[in-house]
Design a protein around this ligand. Structure first.
Ligand code: FAD
Length: 402
């Protein structure tokens, strides 16, 4: 009889295994031939484990629940955890925390060493098919056999990026035990747009804002926007995608502000650039503010003749161009599929989970951690942090069990 069988070796399952194994017999099962595929992929292979600014507002889900989770293991404690084990970290743009080596292998090697030195039985390429409750605990059935255990942790993540072997099995197991699944939606995902202009900007990156208006409510995201042949991507879109997707149901209107720099330099700087080039074609006045291609594609859509000289535009025409670039309407069709989503929102309802232990309030001995729960962060290390934190809490609770 095992003390704990963990289903899924991502950050949540690995952290739980290491923590519980201090005085418990632990088996960690994963359907993949290796652990932590998403750890290795995170931060474009550099491993973005957390964020220097950990705010509940960066997450979709129960904020009170999150606050309690981070009271147990927050970003600072997580960073200390790795630094104590010889993995030095650094903070990059937008607070992203990475190993100084900028390779995920530094994090994965550290975790693998911990699994090994704590004698945790890791079973690779073993997919769990079924979990059944019995008088003593649980029977976990895999494609290769079965395990008897007092406790089970479901840390199967979400089906985002199925090409990495991700599954929706955790929800299936949870539902069987009577848990509620909050509807799933792709998050941290590119967006498809309607229209016939954005594909001409494919590959263009720009510092911009996405402005979202719903029923008198305004929300603004800023960062780097990337145009693609189907719509928009890049860090800015990935951050805003879940909010936009959810608000589309409330008829949200979405705009791009192509000129957030005016907040710093003022419209006067733009006017000066304009007046400085009276004989130049009209699009050139924007060249110090925007990638040239944006002006070349968007100005004709405003009815501006590209051959016109700066001095030939009336004040009214100038004002129209500036206000259009400050609030360019886009028609969002919806998010790309799970295949391109780095995370999935929704999942096992946290209302049915004891935040102090991550144990199910419905089935004693059944635990959940990580992305399988209804907590999803924006890009920037927030999802890895939640996975590590919730995995740690589950592991600690099982370690302390009699
Ligand atoms: C390309 C990409 C980039 C990302 N970048 C970042 C980033 O920079 N920062 C960030 O914070 N987050 C990032 N994420 C999200 C982050 O990786 C996940 O939120 C996090 O890994 C979730 O951890 P987890 O332990 O809950 O689940 P996972 O890491 O998904 O691990 C779940 C494990 O369960 C296994 N499994 C599933 N079903 C079964 C089954 N039936 N039996 C046995 N095993 C099973 C899977 O094989 C997997 O190994 C990224 C995700 C992707 C896909």
């Amino acid at each position: 009889m095992e003390d704990l069988v963990i289903i899924g070796g991502g950050p949540a399952g690995i952290m739980a295994a290491i923590t519980a194994s201090a005085n418990k017999k632990v088996v960690l099962l994963d359907k993949n031939p290796s652990l932590g595929k998403k750890i290795l992929a995170s931060g474009n292979g550099k491993c973005n484990i957390t964020n220097a600014i950990l705010e509940e507002d960066k997450y979709c889900g129960d904020k009170v629940f999150l606050k309690k989770v981070f009271a147990e293991l927050d970003n600072m404690k997580l960073m200390k955890y790795f630094e104590k084990r010889g993995v030095m970290l650094k903070v990059e743009g937008f607070g992203r925390v990475l190993p100084v080596t900028e390779t995920s292998a530094s994090i994965m090697d550290c975790l693998s060493d911990e699994l090994l030195s704590n004698n945790i039985a890791v079973r690779y390429a073993e997919q769990v098919l079924e979990i059944n409750k019995n008088n003593e605990g649980f029977t976990v059935t895999t494609g290769r056999g079965s395990y008897e255990t007092k406790n089970v942790l479901i840390s199967t993540g979400s089906p985002a990026y199925p090409q990495m072997g991700a599954t929706a099995d955790g929800y299936k197991f949870a539902e069987k035990f009577g848990h509620t699944i909050i509807p799933l939606r792709p998050a941290i995902v590119p967006l498809e747009l309607n229209g016939n202009w954005f594909h001409k900007l494919q590959g263009v990156r720009v510092e911009a804002e996405l402005l979202i208006y719903t029923k008198g409510k305004e929300k603004i995201y800023n960062g780097e926007l990337l145009f693609t042949k189907y719509g928009i991507s890049g860090p800015l879109t990935l951050d805003a995608a879940l909010y936009i997707t959810d608000e589309l149901k409330n008829n949200a209107e979405v705009f791009i502000n192509f000129l957030p720099v005016l907040k710093e330099f003022g419209v006067a700087a733009l006017s000066a650039a304009w007046d400085y080039r009276p004989e130049k074609p009209v699009f050139t006045f924007l060249s110090g503010f925007l990638p040239k291609k944006i002006a070349l594609i968007l100005l004709p859509l405003l009815g501006v003749d590209l051959a016109k000289k700066c001095k030939e535009l009336t004040l009214k025409e100038r004002e129209n161009i500036i206000s259009a670039l400050l609030k360019w309407p886009i028609q969002v069709k919806g998010p790309k599929s799970y295949k391109e989503a780095m995370a999935i929102a929704g999942g096992v309802s946290t209302a049915e989970i004891d935040v102090k232990t991550m144990e199910s309030k419905k089935v004693p001995g059944l635990y959940f951690a990580g992305e399988v729960l209804d907590i999803t962060g924006e890009s920037g290390g927030y999802n890895m942090q939640f996975a590590f934190s919730s995995g740690y809490i589950a592991g600690k609770a099982i370690k302390n069990k009699n």
